[in-house]
Each structure stands twice: as C-alpha cells, then as structure tokens.
Design a protein around this ligand. Sequence first.
Ligand code: GAR
Length: 207
Amino acid sequence: MLKIGVLVSGGGTNFQAIVDSIENGYIKNAKIVTLVSSNPNAYALERAKNHNIEGVCIRKKDFENSELYEKALVEHFNTREVDLVIMAGFMVVIGSYFINAFRDRIMNIHPSLIPSFCGNGYYGLKVHEAVLEKGVKVTGATVHFVTEETDAGPIILQKAVYIDEDDTPESLQKKVMVEAEWEIFPEAIKLFSEGKIKVCGNKVRRV
Ligand code: GAR
C-alpha cells in the first residue's frame, strides 16, 4: 500500500481529484495518510475532514528558519511512514533538507506547460495572467518531480489546453484545472503506485 502525504495551501481541488481517484478505484493500492496545509483557513482542510483524512496546519512562520520548518514536515511525514509526497497547490518554496528526505518521491502540479511560465513568481492566477499577456495560443499543466530548482524537476506528464480569445485569467485557470490538472495528477500517481515510472537523470522514463 502506497502511503501518500499531501501538502496544500488553498482550495484543494487537485487534492479532491486525487481522493476521488482513490475512492473510485482508478488509483489502486494507495492511501492518503495525512494532509498538511500551510494556511489554517484552506478549504482543503475541510475536504480532508469530509473524507476522514487527517488534516493539520503547519506554518512556516511558526519556525525560526526554513530548515527547522522542513525538519518538522519531514518528521510529520516520516511518523506516518509516507512513501510519496504530493504538492497540490502548495505555495511555499521548499528547500534541500525536505527534498533530500524524499528525493524522487515529491510530485508537484504546475498550471502551465513547463518550461514556459514557471519558476519564481509564477503561481496560481499569476501564471494564467502571464499566459494571456503573452498571447500564446496553447497552455496546459505539468506534473513533475520536485528538485531544488523551482519548477525544473523531471517532468512526469503534461497536457495541453487551447486558449480562446475571450478567456480571462479566471476562466483559463478553471479550464486548465478541469481539462488538464485533475486528469494528469491522478494519472501520475497511478503510474508511480504501479512502479511504471523511473527518474533517469533529468528525465522520467516509463518502465
Ligand atoms: C492549481 O492550479 C495548481 O496548479 C497551482 O495552484 C492551484 C491550486 O488549486 N499551483 C501552482 O501554481 C504551483 N506553482 P487547488 O488548491 O484547487 O488544487
């Protein structure tokens, strides 16, 4: 049984898509054992409660420095024997202490086709604003393993979404979630749980 720990900061629709995929049997042999929110008011905590999943808030500002915060997160996940960490709309940049503890076992979802519109400053609605500002015709979402460089780790899955002329940042955000994020995140976790992906250098290969 793959034990999953989730990191969130907000609404948690990606978390919900993963919960649903486990409950409906799309992802087999996996269980979400804990959800950690960086924000005490995140609706994701409510979603966890609704599905009898432990939900706690651990805030970076309650720690003296980043390493102590990351140590607390690692201890929280290790106590629960977490095998895979999922960043589902987690808006805190995480450093090498945490990454080393879960190397090649941390997945993040980003709402663009990496390497476009990613890196420092590109998160949430800001990504879609930048996409519309640039006038690209195709965007999408990316699931990747997390490394020390923001949004630059090995890519697991991507899905493209076409942009309409009358799209707003909000309509595009919704479209990218519905058409791409809620589909490829559960799929990536399913592949991982079945041992079908492997990190080779800076790439992910199917095995
Ligand atoms: C999602 O669109 C996710 O891709 C994005 O935040 C949103 C969270 O929504 N993540 C990032 O921008 C990370 N750089 P959710 O809480 O409803 O899943």
